[in-house]
Design a protein around this ligand. Sequence first.
Ligand code: PNS
Length: 164
Amino acid sequence: MKTCICPGSFDPVTRGHIDIIKRAALIFDKVYVAVLINSSKKTVFTVDERVEMLKKSLYLNDNITIEGFSGLLSDYAKMKESDAIVKGLRSVTDFENEFQMSLINKKLNPNVDTIFLNTKAEYMYLSSNMVKEVAFYGGDITDFVPPEILEQINSKFEKTRNEN
Ligand code: PNS
């Protein structure tokens, strides 16, 4: 059985992430979506909230498992005996960061290769940061996030706005 890992911060998950994960699930028998810690990012949603949002968005896909993991992606891949890490690419900037990460992960775990899937053109501009920026100011994020979690994201930012 061929398995892969779709790792990320998913703060929050976007329609672009969902597209990549679903395409990975067509190629591999089993996909582990790993909500990990990116030490250079401060998150708005807790790991549990991010896992919950992914589960709500992907509930129809029975070869996809979603979980949080606090540690190295290379160790997670070892634990899952996974063949590949799948990441989405939107731009040359993405590529530079992702290429570096893929080389580090290969060094730490020689059994795992990173595979890149190009984003769909309609999601090229989309990022979790952009979703957060628009939602923070009360803008419409309907086209950016899965419908199952739209309300949860909006209510989080409504609370944040009321606190400020
Ligand atoms: O969605 P992101 O923030 O681009 O995902 C980056 C992520 C979370 C996959 C990356 O930061 C990661 O793998 N974190 C776990 C810790 C780790 O393994 N770091 C070394 C990889 S360079």
